[in-house]
Design a protein around this ligand. Structure first.
Ligand code: BES
Ligand code: ZN
Ligand code: ZN
Length: 462
């Protein structure tokens, strides 16, 4: 899909589909389009068939194009996140009508750059679907959109830059989704290591894969305890983007449980299939590493993926087991289904020790409690550093992938003290997202800014 940005209005565009956005009562804005459609637009406004109310739409089929007017509601402050959804709706609608070329007219003159960015995101993200395991219907021709043109009143070059960047980042998001959708029988830890090899080669990243033997030698026993029941060998994958102009070093760490059965603390069968998505944090790291390279970020980015299955078997970890993590702290495993924090504890300690990053951000589908608390509307954010937390909050608002911070007060730490070891891997059944975060905090140096994103609720919908 190619993007172009032009100055002017979309009614003169040569495209299969034309999209216009209207605020409530915006009828005069469409004088030129009204002339082109022989008065159909003004008639619709007059008959109140379309008035610009939120989510209203008017579809006009003309001899030259399919025209879609989308209502935005009351004109207030431009809300880029809502605009992205409106653009996505229009894109999907016109794509389903087999439009190969679509022209969008900028909705808000003060925010052309913002409009261009969210419009491009909407088209690229909205174009994605996971089809690879479906046999294509012979009679059903695949519908594809080839060209998107965006019409703005000014700064076409600035908008084009934003569009290109948004398109590139969104393609990385689709890459992340494509990996995440792969099922457990395909996407094993070895599969992820192979994907890392391909990415490293195509995107000039350094790669190191730590195999089971090396992990044993180093003593990443918390991570290894998760993989103990699986016949698939674990992999600790370390990808690195290190440009010569790097001004800072940041580590991103992803939970890569390629299937979470719960282990000996087996999960109930309902919805267990969803646990192939327990590698969402890892897939996000793949996407981040690809984006860092494509945008040539002037930052040294280290991507660590703790990839393993969590399975029950005769060799699996058992409730009550005591282990010594890579950092030296001891852990009592009370529930083998609380495995993500074990894998992450070692991955975090490893990256901190060997790379000394100035910030560590981990991403993990860590707790069901986070799904209960925030649903799919926000990821949980837990951090030992206010500035990093604030920056992530800002990034979440900007991208529409919101985060909501939860506290890490000392009192919560009491809940994960063990009678037999330094820590236990479950709390008392309350404040589950926080106690999981509190557990991870134990594996980060006191002075290293760290943030944990619990994406358990948001991974399924993105
Ligand atoms: N992968 C799950 C968390 C999860 C649950 C993600 C539902 C998405 C949807 C995690 O490994 C897990 O099982 N956590 C347990 C922890 C508990 C045993 C302390 C949970 O949240 O129930
Ligand atoms: Zn689990
Ligand atoms: Zn899990």
């Amino acid at each position: 899909m190619k993007f172009s940005v032009s100055l002017g209005n979309a009614e003169n565009a040569v495209a299969d589909g034309l999209v216009f956005f209207a605020f409530e009562g915006d009828s005069q804005k469409f004088a030129a389009l009204d002339r082109k459609t022989g008065g159909l637009v003004s008639q619709a406004f007059k008959k109140k068939e379309f008035t610009g109310k939120k989510d209203e739409s008017l579809f006009i089929r003309t001899s030259f194009s399919k025209i879609l007017l989308v209502g935005l509601g009351k004109k207030a402050v431009f809300d880029a996140n809502k605009m992205r959804n409106h653009c996505a709706g229009a894109f999907s609608g016109l794509k389903s009508m087999d439009c190969k070329t679509i022209a969008f007219e900028c909705a808000h003159h003060e925010s052309s750059v913002e409009f261009g960015r969210v419009c491009a995101e909407a088209c690229v993200l909205g174009d994605y679907s996971f089809e690879k395991y479906k046999t294509p219907d012979k009679d059903d021709k695949k519908k594809t959109v080839d060209n998107i043109s965006i019409f703005v009143p000014s700064d076409a070059a600035g908008v084009k830059k934003a569009v290109d960047e948004a398109g590139a980042v969104s393609a990385c998001t689709n890459y992340c989704r494509e990996l995440d959708n792969e099922p457990g029988n395909k996407a094993t830890p070895s599969f992820l290591a192979d994907q890392a090899k391909i990415l490293a080669k195509t995107h000039k990243l350094k790669l190191r894969v730590l195999e089971k033997k090396e992990l044993q030698k180093l003593g990443l026993n918390a991570f290894l305890s998760v993989s103990a029941g699986s016949s698939q060998p674990p992999k600790l994958i370390v990808l690195e983007w290190s440009p010569s102009n790097a001004c800072d070093t940041v580590a991103v760490v992803g939970k890569g449980i390629t299937f979470d059965s719960g282990g000996i603390s087996l999960k109930p069968p309902n919805d267990m299939d969803k646990m192939k998505f327990d590698k969402s944090g890892a897939c996000a790291v793949f996407g981040i590493m690809r984006a860092a390279s494509e945008l040539r970020l002037p930052v040294h980015v280290i991507g660590v993926i703790a990839a393993t299955e969590n399975m029950p078997s005769g060799s699996a970890s058992k409730p009550g087991d005591l282990i010594k993590a890579y950092s030296g702290k001891t852990i009592e495993i009370l529930n083998t289904d609380a495995e993500g924090r074990l894998a992450l504890a070692d991955a975090i300690a490893y990256v901190e020790k060997h790379y000394r990053p100035s910030a560590i951000i981990d991403l993990a589908t860590l707790t069901g409690a986070c799904v209960i608390a925030l649903g799919d509307c926000a990821s949980g954010l837990l951090s030992n550093n206010d500035e990093l937390a604030e920056r992530l909050k800002h990034a979440g608002d900007y991208s529409g992938e919101r985060v909501w911070r939860l506290p890490l007060w000392d009192e919560y730490g009491e809940k994960i003290k063990s009678d037999f070891a330094d820590l236990k891997n479950t709390g008392d059944g309350t404040s589950g997202t926080i106690t999981a975060g509190m557990f991870l905090k134990n594996f980060v140096g006191e002075h290293t800014p760290w943030a944990h994103l619990d994406i358990a609720g948001t991974a399924w919908v993105t």
